[in-house]
Design a binder for this molecule. Structure first.
Ligand code: DHK
Length: 146
């Protein structure tokens, strides 16, 4: 892994439940399935994936800083519900130079009003949302071009 540029793929609260969590919204693909898909594509692109998930906001802040300090190539983040609440994630992304791509499985703009605001999206380089597990693959292809 050390000789390939690393992409951190960070996942926030409740994404460990993918597969059984509200499948009509989030699909039936598990986070392990997504990790496997990303690993395969990363190999083709000459990249390495560092896949993590936490239900705790501070872990995501720590990992954004770690990605930056370890000279990773980019961060792909699905912050889950912290998308809509977290000034700490906004500040963490603003505080580093590494590019950050926000991803969502669903399209938050087509859902409840409280999901229409994204703190993360206001700091991220760009956002990919609404394509299910493919959102992560599209984000990886974008990250490969940085
Ligand atoms: C995942 C969540 O957990 C929600 O809180 C967001 C996002 C949307 C997603 O679609 O991946 O609102």
């Amino acid at each position: 892994m050390a000789d390939r540029p690393v992409i951190f793929v960070l996942n926030g609260p409740n994404l460990n439940m993918l597969g059984t969590r509200e499948p009509e919204i989030y699909g039936t693909t598990t986070l392990d399935d997504i990790a496997a898909m990303l690993e395969d594509r990363a190999l083709e692109l000459g990249l390495a994936i560092e896949m993590r998930q936490s239900n705790h906001e501070g872990h995501l802040v720590d990992w954004i800083q770690e990605a930056h300090l370890s000279d990773a190539k980019a961060v792909i983040i699905n912050p889950g519900a912290f998308t809509h609440t977290s000034v700490a994630l906004y500040d963490a992304i603003k505080g580093v130079t590494i590019p950050v791509i926000e991803v969502h499985l669903s399209n938050p703009h087509a859902r409840e009003a409280f999901r229409h605001k994204s703190f993360v999206g206001q700091a991220a380089k760009g956002t990919i949302a609404g394509f299910g597990a493919q959102s992560y693959m599209l984000a990886l292809d974008a990250a490969a071009r940085f």
